[in-house]
Design a protein around this ligand. Structure first.
Ligand code: BES
Ligand code: MN
Ligand code: ZN
Length: 497
């Protein structure tokens, strides 16, 4: 999809479909009044039926005949919801759904009137909604491709006054860079396990790094052994596809400035190992590398936007399978940190690979560490499918991440991480055990991770088990991988990290 910003009065614009987002409280704007006049009262007739009031999710499609240069006019409701960004993303996504029904590939979308300083954000949110909603994972479809609804080709964002054009253009440009990275993350997560080995993750990371101008280093099994990454190696030993530790570096900030470390869990397939998962929905465990994908996407987008920050991305990539060589319940592992871990459940593998990755992060003397992981089913029980759990050691860091969550629609909810939870992961035979039982599963997982965070380093943990995957799909989140985390972290970094 190509997005351009045009300074053009909407009713003079020739296009197959002119899309006008409408706030619920503003069904009588000058633009809509003029439109009604041009359509000889057809709009007010339609509005009188009460079918369209600008509520979120509402739409009204009118054919313009010869009365406008545009062939059709589509009104999409924005509701009265604050914050505006989320309403605009959803409105744009609704427009995409209608365009697909109509099998249209080109359209123009009016950027609603805003305060001048909000024009860039509004254009950005609309462009994000379009780009994110238009995504589809169709690379394995070989038949009847012509029956699929078409994806968008040319989109014009219309700005009434020339004065707002630069800001809108910049907003749309940033949206395109960030959404390209979200798409990359989604593609990786949607990719099936038979394609997606740890080595594949490393190759993808290296290719992305070359394209974006980042440094990329990959440790293979032999090097992990030399380093002493006993926890990561144990999780990977049941699969013939050997683990990797991927390390990316983006230095866009001041040379002397300490980096922010981003750590992402990348279990390319999580069967549970010998503590085998039930069969139902096991297929979705190809998405257990969504944290790693989010880190890759964030690194790519940060480079694309030339953000003035120093970033390290650390991605432990591994496959968790049962086999004759698999690690077992009862095994005691020596992690990279030197701490020993009693394995009680081989399905609690994410925290094991993150333990070594967090220890590894210390080598870069980070000013803070943020990890992202599809870590616990308990998180879905607690918060559902649309909320990321955040826990950590630094309230200011957590608060800034939560703020970015409100702005991007990738919202976070904080859970406590009091010392008392450590009781649940005490082991009689090792320094710590890898499960804390049923109660507060998301918290005890985080309590486990805390033991491996570099000494004194501010740290936040994001459990994305819920929002990383859409079972049905809707709005700007199509079925399957969501790419959650990329827009969140980019917003966090843009706000000064
Ligand atoms: N990858 C899973 C968590 C998960 C489950 C993510 C469902 C998304 C959807 C993780 O490795 C896991 O299996 N966790 C266990 C931990 C338990 C054994 C302590 C869980 O949540 O059941
Ligand atoms: Mn697991
Ligand atoms: Zn897992």
């Amino acid at each position: 999809m190509n997005i351009v910003v045009l300074a053009m009065p909407p009713l003079q614009q020739a296009t197959p479909c002119l899309i006008i987002p409408v706030w619920q409280t503003a069904c009588e704007t000058p633009l809509l009044k003029e439109l009604d006049t041009r359509l000889a009262g057809d709009l007010s007739l339609a509005l009188q039926t009460g079918a369209f009031m600008g509520r979120s999710g509402e739409k009204l499609l009118l054919h313009a005949g010869r009365r406008l240069p545009a062939e059709r006019v589509l009104l999409v409701g924005l509701g009265e919801a604050k914050p505006a960004g989320e309403a605009l993303r959803k409105g744009a996504a609704l427009a995409v759904a209608v365009l697909r029904e109509q099998r249209l590939t080109d359209c123009c979308l009016v950027v609603p009137e805003t305060a001048p300083e909000e024009t860039g954000d509004a254009a950005r949110a609309l462009a994000e909604g379009l780009l994110l909603a238009d995504y589809r994972f169709d690379r394995f479809l070989t038949e009847n491709l012509d029956r699929l609804p078409p994806t968008l080709k040319e989109v014009g964002l219309l700005i009434a006054e020339t004065g707002r054009q630069d800001a809108a253009t910049e907003g749309a440009r940033r949206a395109q860079i960030v959404c390209r990275s979200v798409t990359m993350a989604r593609d990786l997560v949607n990719q099936p396990g038979n394609i997606k080995s740890p080595e594949y993750m490393a190759t993808q990371a290296a290719e992305m790094a070359t394209a974006a101008g980042l440094k990329c280093m990959v440790l293979d099994r032999a090097q992990l052994k030399t380093e002493g990454c006993g926890a990561l190696l144990a999780v990977g030993q049941g699969s013939v596809r050997e683990p990797r530790l991927i390390v990316l570096e983006y230095l866009g900030g001041n040379p002397g400035e300490k980096p922010l470390a981003l750590v992402g869990k990348a279990v390319v397939f999580d069967s549970g190992g010998l503590s085998l998962k039930p069969g139902e929905k096991m297929d979705e465990m190809k998405s257990d590398m969504a944290g790693g994908a989010a880190v890759l996407g964030t690194m790519a987008a940060a480079a694309g936007l030339k953000l003035p920050v120093n970033l390290i991305g650390i991605i432990p990539a591994v496959e968790n399978l049962p086999s004759g060589t698999a690690y077992r319940p009862g095994d005691i592992l020596t992690s990279l940190s030197g701490k020993t871990i009693e394995v009680l459940n081989t399905d609690a593998e994410g925290r094991l690979i993150l333990a070594d990755a967090l220890t590894y992060a210390a080598r870069f003397a980070p000013r803070a560490v943020i990890d992202l992981a599809t870590l616990t089913g308990a998180c879905i029980i607690a918060l559902g499918n649309h909320t990321t759990a955040v826990l950590g050691t630094d309230q200011a860091l957590i608060d800034r991440l939560r703020q970015a969550g409100e702005e991007t629609g990738e919202r976070l909810w904080q859970l406590p991480l009091w010392e008392e939870y450590d009781e649940q992961i005490k082991s009689e035979v090792a320094d710590v055990k890898n499960t804390g039982g049923r109660p507060a599963g998301t918290i005890t997982a985080a309590a486990f991770l805390r033991k491996f965070v570099p000494e004194g380093c501010p740290w936040a943990h994001l459990d994305i088990a819920g929002p990383s995957w859409e079972e049905k799909g809707g709005g700007y989140l199509p079925l399957g991988a969501t790419g959650v985390g990329v827009r969140l972290l980019i917003r966090y970094l843009e706000a000064g990290g």
